[in-house]
Each structure stands twice: as C-alpha cells, then as structure tokens.
Design a protein around this ligand. Structure first.
Ligand code: 2HA
Ligand code: ZN
Length: 270
C-alpha cells in the first residue's frame, strides 16, 4: 500500500493550510478545513477495515454515514501541518450509527477533530444537496474581512453589494453573494445549524467578528473564493476611511453579468 504522506490530497491540504497561515488568516489554532475524500482515494493508502479509535461526533450526521473526511485537529496550528501531518490532521469515516466518527489515520498524539466539526458536517450536508460535486468546507479568519464586519452593516444584501463593488472580478467569482450571520458562540451545534441553513443556497457564510465559511469543489477553488472575498474586503478597508470618489455602478455590474453569462443573486443590484 502506498505511503499516505505521499498522497496528493494530504500534500495539497497541508500546502493550502500553509498558504492560509502565511496570508495571516489562521493565527495560532484559528481556522479548520474538512475535505470529503472518496473511498477509492482512501483505499489506495489505508486499510479501511482498521479503525484506530471511535470518537463521538456530538450530533447526528446520518446523511453522511460511510463518508470519509480529512479534517484538521482541534487546537492544531495551520503552520505546522506541512511538517507533521500525522499529529495535526486526521481521516475519519462517519460510523453506521451516524453519531460516531471512526478514526482511520492521524491525530496520532491522542487528539481529535476540530471543535467546529458540527458546523463543517452540517455544511457538507447542505452543500451536497445543492451541489453533489462539493467536497470542501473551509473556515478561516481573514483579517480584512473580519475588520469589515466591525465597520460595515451586517446585512447580507448590503454586504454582498459592497463586496461586488470592490473589485471587478467579485461578481464573477461569487455571483451567489455572501450570507452574513451575526456574532454567535462558535463550536456549537447552533452555529452549525445557522451556517448550514444558509450555505446551501450560497457558498459563503460570514461569521461576524469571527471569520468565514466557504464550500467548494476542491481546495484550490475554495481557497480562491476566500482569497477573492478577502481582497475585496481589503480594498474596502483601504478606501472607506478615505472616502470613495469612484465606484463600480449597478449598471456596470449588470454589464459584467451579461459578459460572463452569470446567474447572480437576486435583490442585490437595483
Ligand atoms: O478551530 O477557528 O472557530 C479554531 C477556530 C474556531
Ligand atoms: Zn474560527
């Protein structure tokens, strides 16, 4: 059996986390990523009959029974994943009862998955219903986006509109816009449920004064979505204090939508 440390999904996952760390989004143990793996992918590297440990999930994930996820560990630092994957990340399978995780690899120091796993798994359920190709849920703390949630109205329509105006590419990359949740206690099933209720129709949910949740087909695409939103927030934070002299108008946004044949979210542009 091939060495799992050579698996593309492990290398790409760790490289993505390192990139996010270097961008300043994932201070200390901030952020977590879950990546849905196929059984075929996992079987190339692991004996899937060999369960290392059973870890309770803390909620019922029956829609995901038998599914495999690569998930970051609780309390682990993104900057350390590349050098030591086995202690920092793990591969779990959702057990037949729907309420336990079967650990197949990783968390070697006795650790477990992120405290945000309920929000991740509930988001996977919602995303898969909306888009069967969704494989990634990414949570991170992008600096400018966080800053923006302190100074901008926390309204989904207004927040999306402002982000679309901050960079010509925005409406093209996230025509579904962003959903904004108020500040909520993290690590709970409640924030998971609130996130999952929004993330089906819209791939991005902003946790005010905390961070962002995004779904996507693969690690690169999901990272790119966060990166685009964070850059728009950066431009907002650079320009709003000075005062805007120019803006991308609604008519210009409509021109973009026409040029790129976009189905964009209703109710944002007048
Ligand atoms: O895991 O980001 O929201 C650290 C966090 C919690
Ligand atoms: Zn967080």
């Amino acid at each position: 059996m091939a060495n799992i440390l050579d698996a593309k999904f492990i290398k790409e996952y760790c490289a993505t986390a390192a990139n996010m760390y270097r961008l300043g989004w994932d201070e200390r143990n901030g952020g977590n990523i879950s990546y849905l793996l196929t059984e075929k992918e996992v079987k190339e590297y692991l004996d899937t009959d060999k369960v290392e440990r059973i870890i309770p999930l803390g909620f019922d994930a029956k829609e995901l029974v038998g599914k495999y996820f690569l998930v970051s560990g609780t309390g682990k630092y993104f900057k350390n994943f590349v050098g030591d994957p086995e202690n920092n990340i793990g591969i779990i399978r959702i057990a037949k009862n729907g309420t336990d995780a079967e650990l197949l690899w990783g968390y070697k120091d006795g650790g477990k998955f992120t405290s945000e796993l309920p929000a991740h798994l509930m988001s996977h359920i919602a995303r898969l219903k909306a888009d069967p190709l969704n494989r990634v849920v990414m949570h991170t703390h992008p600096t400018n986006l966080l800053a923006m949630t302190y100074v901008h109205e926390l309204d989904t329509v207004k927040f999306t509109h402002t982000l679309w105006q901050m960079n010509t590419e925005c409406i093209v990359v996230f025509p579904d816009g962003v959903e904004v949740l108020p500040w909520m206690l993290c690590g709970t099933n409640e924030i998971g449920e609130a996130t999952a209720a929004k993330i089906g129709a819209c791939r991005t949910v902003i946790w005010s004064m905390h961070g962002i949740y995004c779904g996507g087909h693969d690690l690169d695409e999901t990272f790119g979505l966060v990166e685009t939103i964070e850059k728009a927030a950066q431009i907002y934070m650079m320009t709003a204090p000075i005062g805007l002299k120019n803006i991308i108008t609604d008519d210009q946004l409509k021109l973009l939508a026409g040029r790129f044949n976009l189905t964009y979210r209703d109710g944002i542009i007048k």
